[in-house]
Ligand binder design. Structure first.
Ligand code: MBD
Ligand code: FE
Length: 309
């Protein structure tokens, strides 16, 4: 073929019409993006001589993905959510920002409006006989001073790697809490040590990963939104050191600066001081927030999220 099929004038015209470029109405940016995406799809069809069977298989895959509500899971697994982080990192570096706690992906499993308490929260409902975790730290600003009244919104999986709300066998808001920092910028939570997550083995995301020869596992991790007036919202996670998937996360969220060492505490006086029955695992993590240069930066990005009523 001398000229690729998608360069034929009738094909060019087809895509201009189908993406609305020849219409007066509609959204100009959306039209341009759709046009580029359609053009890219046609190029892939040409380059790989995609068959009708393959094409309809792909269309039906989208139905399966939506039916299982796994589109956001696939976005994480294909590294696209991490790509957005890399772009934001580059923008921050261009603004001269450095030294703050690194961001990493939100993932698909946040639920808004978790119970809010001052300084401390117990996150687990006591039904999972996991190892007790004492999670604590301090929130600080660019000036190194503690931030009082910051909201630390925490969510993590149980010992099976499952998240409440999505896993209906768990109680409402289990392992999901918001803690407001005290006058010294400190937060603390009693919870259970989470296990790593694995994609549903019978779902469309895992099916695609299988075709790529990839696994769908994440190391044990804890998610955070950290926010405070006058400071840039932070979306991040910490990974627990020692996990076999620490540097082999299917969602590419592990970063230097976001690895916490779990510490076994056997000191019964310290346990008593924390009102814990005994031996537990301590996870310490501090956050450094950037100053917000516009009030919009104080808020997390807009995105449809699960809402428990
Ligand atoms: C998770 O727990 C998660 O954090 C991400 C990003 C994807 C799947 C499950
Ligand atoms: Fe997660």
């Amino acid at each position: 073929m001398s000229i690729s099929f998608n360069q034929r004038s009738d094909v060019i015209k087809l895509l201009q019409i189908s993406s609305g470029l020849t219409s007066e109405s509609g959204d100009p940016r959306f039209k341009q993006i759709m046009h580029k995406m359609l053009e890219n799809i046609c190029q892939v069809i040409d380059q790989f001589d995609v068959t009708q069977e393959e094409f309809w298989h792909a269309v039906n895959y989208l139905h399966a993905l939506g039916g299982r509500q796994e589109a956001a899971l696939l976005a994480a697994g294909l590294g696209l959510e991490h790509y957005l982080d890399l772009r934001e990192d580059a923008q921050e570096r261009a603004q001269g920002l450095e030294g703050g706690t690194p961001r990493t992906i939100e993932g698909p499993l946040y639920v808004a409006n978790a119970p809010l308490s001052d300084r401390f929260a117990r996150m687990d409902d006591g039904k999972d006989a996991g190892e007790i975790m004492w999670l604590h730290g301090q929130v600080k600003g660019e000036d190194g001073q503690p931030i009082a009244g910051a909201i630390v919104d925490i969510w993590h999986a149980n010992t099976l790697g499952n998240y409440s709300f999505f896993d209906k066998s768990q109680s409402e808001f289990n392992l999901r809490r918001r803690v407001k920092t005290d006058a010294n910028g400190r937060y603390a939570a009693r919870s259970i040590v989470p296990s790593g997550y694995g994609c549903p083995p019978d779902g469309p995301t895992q099916a695609l990963l299988n075709q790529l020869g990839r696994h769908g596992n994440r190391p044990a991790h804890i998610h955070f939104f950290v926010s405070a007036p006058g400071h840039k919202h932070l979306t991040t996670q910490i990974n627990l050191n020692g996990d076999k998937y620490l540097w082999d996360d299917f969602a590419f969220a592990t970063r230097d600066g976001l690895i916490a060492d779990p510490v076994k505490i056997t000191d019964s006086a310290l346990a008593a001081q924390r009102d814990l029955p005994g031996t537990h695992t301590e996870v310490t993590f501090d956050f450094n927030l950037y100053n917000a240069s516009a009030s919009a930066e104080e808020n997390r990005i807009e995105r449809a999220r699960a809402l428990q009523d």
